[in-house]
Write a protein that binds this ligand. Structure first.
Ligand code: PLP
Length: 371
């Protein structure tokens, strides 16, 4: 048993990454409740938590499988009992392609993405050499980041994958990463649906060509509830919904234009005040290496006027005009992080907290798995 079990979160040595279990459970269920009236499933992206144990909670809550960003992240999931993993990134180097095929040979639930013709041929050669038929989805470009261009290039690539004897075409993915953080639900929805028009057109082309369109995956926490009206769309790849963060809270949701309260922040960093020499200024032990440098700033729970700047490696700097109480050196504080994904990647474990006490410890086995 982990030595921290039963400890108060206020007594954890800091910085410590914590998740409130009741809130996590609420978010786990909530995404399915919100999508109940649609035909859209959930294939959560594990890049957010990098923990096979948490991925299993998502599957138990009704997810159709999970997405992983990288090959090593996919390996960690599959080797630790998460059976259905769709890797949203591509494998380009010979080493990665070989490893991807080894992974597919061991785990039939591994699906990989392709976004160019040469890579499709490389995957075919490697699958043949490994003696397998590898499951592949075609990634279609929405934000000029990854993906084959929509329309006829996407159709041609899908048809090529479908034709190659050692590849099995399973469908498409398209992720609109930019629109996720657009402010205001109505504006975001308008842009998301407009950005998706070429993807829908590509989907229709493939469907008319008789291709297997069993997977049509995309979207994130900012657009998870907008995809019900996309023809053929099968599942949302939301990740941050589970933890939430300051970036997502400020975008506004369908129920509240000012704060996205579809989901509740569950992830926090416990930090300690290590210096209070100057008036209206507190220094903590949690800087860039503990809460990351993203904007907006981390939010100090219970202190709305605190401005938390984490741009020193080892120090957090809080400035304020008003505080609810006087703080001493050694006092703990709890903060909601700016952006959950990069923060999780800084920790070996996430403490699972219930009623302020450590109930379980999630190992972040995917930490640093960026290859
Ligand atoms: C391809 C892909 N799908 C899904 C997600 C999950 O998005 P979010 O954490 O915003 O829900 C991401 C996040 O960056 C992503 O890159």
């Amino acid at each position: 048993m982990h030595s921290s079990i039963g400890k108060s979160k206020w007594e954890l040595d800091t910085p410590a990454l914590c998740v409130d279990l009741s809130t996590l459970e609420h978010n786990l269920k909530k995404i399915h409740t919100e999508l109940r009236e649609t035909n859209v499933g959930v294939r959560p992206h594990v890049k957010t938590h990098k923990s096979p144990a948490i991925a299993k909670l998502q599957i138990a809550a009704g997810a159709v499988g999970v997405c992983a960003g990288k090959l090593t992240e996919s390996e960690v999931m599959l080797e630790n009992g998460v059976n259905d993993v769709l890797m949203t990134g591509v494998n380009i180097t010979a080493t990665k392609i070989r490893r991807a095929m080894e992974l597919r040979k061991k785990f039939t639930g591994f699906i990989q993405a392709v976004d160019n013709v040469k890579n499709a041929h490389d995957l075919q050669d490697a699958a043949k050499a490994a003696g397998i038929i590898a499951d592949v989805v075609v990634d279609i470009d929405v934000i000029k980041r990854s993906g084959v261009l929509p329309g006829s290039p996407a159709l041609a690539l899908a048809q090529l994958v479908d034709k190659l004897p050692n590849l099995k075409f399973r469908g498409i993915l398209a992720y609109d990463g930019i629109v996720q953080h657009h402010m205001g639900y109505a504006e975001r929805k308008k842009t998301a649906l407009r950005n998706f028009e070429p993807i829908v057109e590509s989907y229709e082309l493939m469907k008319r060509a008789g291709l297997n369109m069993e997977i049509f995956s995309g979207a994130g926490t900012g657009t998870y509830n907008m995809m019900g009206q996309i023809p053929g769309f099968t599942d949302v790849q939301a990740g941050s919904y589970l933890f939430m963060d300051a970036q997502y809270m400020e975008i506004g949701g369908v129920h509240n234009e000012k704060v996205m309260d579809d989901f509740t922040p569950s992830l926090t960093v416990m930090t300690t005040i290590i210096n209070n020499n100057h008036p209206n200024r507190l220094i903590t032990d949690s800087g860039t290496k503990a809460v990351s440098i993203d904007t907006p700033n981390a939010i100090v729970i219970g202190e709305p006027d605190f401005k938390y700047i984490a741009n020193s490696d080892e120090y957090g700097i809080i400035t304020f005009n008003e505080s609810s109480r006087t703080y001493k050196v050694g006092d703990p504080l709890e903060v909601i992080v700016p952006h959950c994904d990069p923060v999780v990647n800084l920790y070996d474990v996430i403490y699972g907290i219930r009623n302020e006490k450590v109930e379980t410890v999630f190992e972040v086995l995917g930490r640093g798995k960026s290859q």
